[in-house]
Ligand binder design. Structure first.
Ligand SMILES: NC(=O)c1ccc[n+]([C@@H]2O[C@H](COP(=O)([O-])OP(=O)(O)OC[C@H]3O[C@@H](n4cnc5c(N)ncnc54)[C@H](O)[C@@H]3O)[C@@H](O)[C@H]2O)c1
Length: 440
């Protein structure tokens, strides 16, 4: 089957490579010439485990072009995987989807299927169908919904071993072609209509966001009543009706999907007069959770003015250089506003962070360099280099060994008797450091 993937980002490129891996001839196209040039030379513009190896193995079945005519004119199926960012009001910005649709309408042949993999608001595929019908004359392009569920950092594995593939279609002929396209994956397939497929994606992401915000609120209450959220989450997770995943308390979710998708679903629900109160709560809890390290910092240190604060981790999660909507953006901005001197370290995201944040941040090459002389350490991403630290590292490097662990990287017991004050999320603090300041 001839497949064209529109968009060579995290989703598009991984999809293209995996579709080639199961035997299809795949063309991947992007408006970013630089990305296409890199891919034509055999290199990947993004880092994902296993991606470059699959690119190499499937070179004979993969073609990269920035020329829309070449990309679209011979395709049986066009997979649309362009970005769908957030508008200032929280709604979804569909300009890239329509820009791709424009080129597809111009060049695709009669009978081509446009399968929308980008996360788009419920009702978009129907509108796209109307758009094609109005712009393709005698040619008929059939729209389908094929949402993506991969996670950055494990994208290749998530695609080849997905929990399910969702196919939303409006007619049996389109469904038959898409069934054939995905059959070699050998994965469970959910077949439904266009709207339901679009809703499955938003409902799934919002539900996972809700789980995170729920456990974060429980964690905050654990601190007040003296319970330990790690034990609580473990005890809950054994129940198959609940499941153990996405129950890790911390400083909140970030990244390119959960924040924008929850806001887009909420915006749509409010627009339809059915405002989703649970999704609103997940969003609000997440925003306040991001500020928790600051509250803890003020409680531990009082006034932060002039204090050296080590921030370990800037990416929204380990294994990626993505800082979109990461808690670090809010935490560092607030630290700077409080007059603290920030010494930041990240294994991969420092450059991207520096481009996103104005302000005087000192970027360090190692975790130890960031800790050196610091009066406080705030952990925001659980990179291996952070997990490998010992209580002695904090004690020996820092001026005052106060640690706020926003990702619960360490067992609190490790800090007992070490002289390090260790605060985490939803667990009992270990306060065996005597020097306290100001109003605490
Ligand atoms: N990143 C994830 O973890 C993830 C997971 C599931 C779903 N999604 C969804 O998948 C979609 C893509 O996300 P992403 O993370 O891959 O985005 P991305 O920003 O990494 O990639 C999008 C790509 O589309 C290209 N593009 C823009 N306009 C184009 C056009 N007219 N023609 C061809 N290419 C064009 C851009 O240059 C860019 O390379 C979004 O809707 C996102 O919500 C993302």
């Amino acid at each position: 089957m001839n497949i064209t993937v529109s968009g060579a980002g995290y989703v598009g490129l991984v999809s293209a490579v995996c579709l080639a891996q199961i035997g299809h001839d795949v063309t991947c196209t992007d408006v970013d010439d630089e990305k296409i040039r890199l891919l034509q030379s055999g290199r990947s513009p993004i880092y994902e485990a296993g991606l470059e190896a699959l690119l190499r193995d499937n070179a004979a079945r993969l073609c990269f072009t920035s020329d829309a005519k070449t990309a679209y004119e011979a395709a049986d199926v066009i997979v649309i995987a362009v970005g769908t960012p957030e508008n200032p009001d929280g709604s979804c910005d569909l300009r890239y989807v329509y820009a791709a649709a424009d080129s597809i309408a111009q060049y695709a042949r009669d009978g081509t299927i446009a399968a929308v993999k980008s996360t788009v608001p419920i009702g978009t595929c129907a509108k796209l169908q109307a758009y094609f019908d109005a712009h393709t004359g005698a040619r008929r392009i059939r729209v389908a919904s094929n949402p993506e569920f991969l996670s950055q950092g494990t994208a290749v594995r998530d695609t080849l071993h997905a929990s399910r593939i969702v196919l939303g279609t409006a007619d049996d002929e389109t469904l038959a072609v898409l069934r054939k396209m995905v059959a070699p994956f050998g994965l469970p397939v959910v077949e439904t209509d266009l709207c339901s497929a679009e809703m499955i994606k938003y409902a799934s992401n919002s539900f996972l966001a809700l789980k995170i915000s729920f456990i974060n609120e429980i964690a905050n209450l654990c601190e007040t009543v003296g319970a330990d959220v790690t034990d609580v989450a473990e005890g809950m997770g054994f129940d198959a009706r609940i499941g153990g995943q996405f129950l890790r308390a911390g400083v909140g979710y970030g990244g390119s999907c959960f924040p924008k998708d929850t806001k887009a679903l909420y915006w749509l629900s409010a627009h339809e007069g059915q405002a989703l109160k649970t999704v609103r709560a997940a969003i609000d809890v997440n925003e306040s959770q991001k500020l928790l390290p600051l509250e803890k910092a003020h409680a531990l240190c009082g006034d932060l003015r002039g204090k050296e604060v080590a921030v370990l981790g800037l990416a929204f999660k380990p294994g990626t250089d993505d800082v979109r909507d990461a808690p670090s953006l809010k935490v560092v901005a607030e630290l700077l506003r409080s007059g603290a001197h920030v010494r930041a370290w990240d294994a991969a995201a420092a450059d991207r962070f520096a481009r996103a944040v104005a302000g005087d941040v000192r970027y360090c090459d190692t975790v130890h360099e960031a800790l050196a002389g610091a009066a406080l350490c705030i952990i925001l991403t659980e990179w291996d280099a952070v997990r490998a630290l010992t209580p002695e590292d904090f004690k020996n490097c820092m001026q005052t060994p106060l640690v706020i662990d926003g990702r619960n990287c360490f067992a609190p017991e490790r800090f007992v008797g070490t002289g390090v004050t260790y605060e985490s999320i939803g667990r009992r603090p270990v306060r065996n450091h005597t020097e306290r300041t100001d109003d605490t």
